[in-house]
Design a protein around this ligand. Sequence first.
Ligand code: AKG
Length: 333
Amino acid sequence: PTLTVSNTVVNANREPVANGHGPGLPHVVRVPTIQLTDQDTFKKNLDAALPIIFTDLSIGPCTDSWTNSYLKEAIGAESKVVVHSSKDEKMDFQKKNFSYETREFGPFIDAAERGEKVYLRSLSKGAPSERPTNIYEDFPEIAQDFRLPEELAYVVANMHSMPLRISGPVTMWLHYDVMANVLCQIKGRKKVILFPPSEVGHLGFEAGASSSSLDVFSSMAAGGTSLSRTHPHEAILEPGTVLFIPSLWAHTAAPTDGMSVAVNCFFKSLDDRKYAAGRDVYGNRDISAYEKGRRDVQRIVKSFEDSPPNVSGFYLQRLAMELMDKAKATSAS
Ligand code: AKG
């Protein structure tokens, strides 16, 4: 789509990363950083739907105060958290190469600091499988140190959830969220790789899944993979910076030097009626048109069941091609 807002705002320095080119390598784009000074600029960036890093926002004293010992003291070293624990550096939701473990917060954060492969993505304390988490309700002892500044008033007004994320050196699997997101990096540095929604077909997502097993960090360094047809957007997050992740941009993240502490805020960027009715604890339940579309696909497939396989295969392919043409025309418009 044509951007109607100034390029200096939404498209600032959206340039190839210097060493991102090589035979068969993907074309890596650096996510630009801007100083966000007002709510209007945030809204323009939201409408442009491109990732961008905001600096100089007042997100509260957490960037200084959230030392491990402070967090332990405030949250309680013995309070229980459910964390992902993995043998592999790269966690994979599809292959489930991690387990969910209930740990005491103190030993958990010590383990993250020692470099163990653990990851806390907080859940609602009262009703983890029913209600989205919110740091103000689930970690009130530390939440007052974190705030969303007025430049992000849109996020506050359309909030879905606010998970606390504390991790050792593990990679969050490639996934997309249906909610838009501002990822506030508080401690440690992190690299996030994001892909435009139009490139979802190259990223190894199986039908109906919002996560993929693709090892993005390794594949980016190797030529001739399916990534050579993609444009990974690379964001380096320093403590105190805030990454806007537009809805449906697949992303994966890894701390660059050990431990990471972040809070992210999922918020609605679509008309309320587009979202699936009912529960969405993680902010990644697909929109209702897609859920209905998948049921329609099942019906279509079923309607060919009494045809010989060569006939049903032929017509299912023709239908798939028709849908692909529509998808391409829509992405390009
Ligand atoms: C998200 O905010 O949706 C993420 O996936 C963040 C992952 C991370 O920061 O570890």
